[in-house]
Design a protein around this ligand. Structure first.
Ligand SMILES: [Cu+2]
Length: 188
């Protein structure tokens, strides 16, 4: 039995590491703002919705009556990039222990100083929230003070390519970030 659980554990670890590497190597967006900007536009609307973390279903998850199982959370922005018109909004639908941070036009993920950290206000956690104010244009709620399922709506006046990261350090280090492309609004 012990050997079996060890095998399962190492398989899980292998999968987690493999997935992280795969994601970083294959993401068209990793650190390359030019490629984000060059991506196809499709239909662009005034608002977009981004799932900011999610609860997995495979294996099955039971949150009843009031559970936030830490190991059952998907650490990603879905989709990883959205485009909206200038003046529009992005609805970040948060699912899990996540911290929404938005950085100004053309900030690459590599610019984020992960040595600047603060502790969540509640819960006695160590300083694991990224606190780099340089080019930061929106900092969301401290997740330690909020329900894990919530919405934060952010508005963008100016065209540009904005980096959105999860400020919870372990998630950012796993690649939990994405981009909002704000295109000129020709409707005005
Ligand atoms: Cu997160």
């Amino acid at each position: 039995m012990k050997r079996l659980s060890l095998t399962i554990l190492s398989a899980m670890a292998f999968f987690a590491i493999g997935f992280t590497v795969y994601f970083q190597l294959t993401s068209p967006y990793s650190n390359n703002i030019n490629r984000v900007e060059a991506a196809g536009e499709g239909d662009v609307f005034d608002s977009a919705t981004v799932s900011f973390g999610a609860w997995i279903t495979s294996p099955a998850v039971d949150r009843f009556p009031n559970n936030n199982p830490r190991t059952a959370n998907h650490h990603a922005l879905t989709p990883r990039m959205v485009s909206i018109k200038a003046g529009g909004t992005v609805n970040f639908i948060v699912g899990g222990f996540h911290h929404v941070l938005v950085y100004d036009n053309r900030t690459p993920p590599s610019d984020i100083n992960t040595n600047l950290l603060i502790a969540p206000t509640a819960g006695g956690l160590p300083p694991l929230l990224i606190n780099d104010p340089n080019n930061r244009i929106y900092r969301g709620f401290d997740p330690s003070l909020q329900p894990q399922d919530r919405v934060e709506v952010v508005q963008f006046d100016n065209p540009g390519t904005y980096l959105v990261i999860c400020g919870f350090l372990p998630h950012f280090q796993e690649g939990m970030y994405g981009f909002v492309r704000v295109l000129p609004n020709n409707d005005n």
